[in-house]
Design a binder for this molecule. Structure first.
Ligand code: CMP
Length: 356
């Protein structure tokens, strides 16, 4: 069964509508806007809301058919985008504030976003580490506020006469924001400010480090899973044990080539070989050859160190996995059987290449 058109095109359209809607909400917040423009924007918001009702219907329908794209988060965003703006119609809400409820559409910008999902996974994976650094932040914040209270309360009672009040100064200093509304007067207070700023830089560097590591690990894990699925479809690798397979999964790089593109050219030096996952390539050998899914090519240059023996062109759009020469050496060390098959094929094909 096909999806409704609104559901199929819904992700980019939903984002575009959200951007227009949010611009409208921002414009309506200006008190000087004319009533004609106000009416036009309100009508656009009503239209966008109507389209979001259709999008919600499409998501509910997809969910009933258990389609992967309609997960719980998507459904929650689509539901909130329809229900929350209705709260603007409650009797107590002033006309000026009605449109503010449409600001919930900001969630549509994140709906289905791979980057957002990645960030959510990183935050979940790194929760313990992030909370650990948050605890350090809290401790430093409290100690800074306490010390500032003791050092500055006599000179500036309006800002530092209690720890909660000094906390504002501590937050502004620890985050190195420095509004300048509270400045220590005493020498000791300024030394304290310097130390707190340095601690702040350290805490944020820790956070940034945890997030950066989390992102790179998540991307590596994702690439590994995708490559594993791709590699297990290549017959040559099916005899490998899981350790060797894991080695080759790390080494292979997926590459998509459009129909008609030259993948390697005769006479050029070659530093990688290719495995075909999908599509067909044509080898301009003495007797032209077509290779399809599961076959490999580009191995002669790798095995012999010579230049490419033939030009290879994509006959259709092709999905390839490429293996670099240095990785081929490593993989050969771990899996001599696989290396032998590649070598044998290279020698057989090379013997068919006419001597120039
Ligand atoms: P290489 O010489 O590195 O680059 C061109 C590739 O085309 C070559 O490796 C082989 O993989 C492939 N090739 C060359 N001749 C033949 C052939 N006769 N049959 C199949 N493939 C070939």
């Amino acid at each position: 069964m096909t999806a409704w058109p609104i559901s199929r095109a819904s992700a980019p359209i939903g984002v575009l509508l959200a951007a227009i809607g949010l611009a409208g909400v921002a414009a309506l917040s200006a008190p000087t806007i004319s009533s004609t423009i106000q009416l036009m924007i309100m009508s656009s918001l009503a239209l966008i809301w109507g389209l979001y009702v259709l999008q919600l219907a499409g998501t509910v329908r997809s969910r009933l058919h258990r389609r992967a794209e309609a997960d719980s988060a998507t459904l929650a965003v689509d539901l909130a985008a329809v229900v929350v703006p209705l709260a603007g119609l409650l009797p107590d809400i002033s006309e000026r504030d009605q449109s503010l409820f449409c600001a919930i559409w900001v969630l549509k910008l994140l709906r289905g976003s791979a980057a957002f999902r990645l960030m959510a996974r990183v935050l979940v994976n790194e929760t313990r580490n992030l909370l650990g650094v948050m605890a350090i932040f809290g401790i430093v914040l409290f100690c800074a506020a306490l010390a500032a209270h003791v050092l500055e309360r006599d000179a500036q009672p309006s800002t530092f006469d209690s720890i909660p009040k000094a906390m504002w100064w501590a937050v502004v200093t620890l985050t190195t924001t420095g509004y300048g509304d509270a400045i220590p007067q005493s020498f000791a207070g300024r030394v304290l400010a310097g130390l707190v700023m340095m601690c702040g830089i350290g805490v944020f560097a820790l956070w940034a480090g945890i997030l950066a590591t989390g992102f790179s690990e998540e991307i590596r894990r994702h690439d590994f899973m995708r490559n594993w699925q791709l590699v297990s479809g290549v017959p040559l690798f099916q005899r490998l044990g899981s350790a060797e397979l894991a080695e080759i999964v790390r080494a292979l790089r997926p590459r998509d080539v459009p129909a008609g593109a030259v993948i390697c050219r005769k006479g050029e030096p070659g530093d990688q070989m290719y495995f075909i996952l999908k599509g067909r390539v044509s080898v301009a050998a003495a007797t032209p050859v077509e290779l399809g899914p599961g076959a490999f090519f580009g191995e002669i240059a790798l095995v012999t160190g010579e230049t490419r023996s033939a030009t290879v062109t994509a006959s259709t759009a092709v999905a390839l996995l490429s293996l670099h020469a240095s990785d081929f050496q490593i993989v050969s060390g771990r899996s001599p059987e696989l290396a032998e098959t590649v070598r044998q094929t290279a020698l057989e094909r090379r013997s068919a290449v006419p001597k120039s």
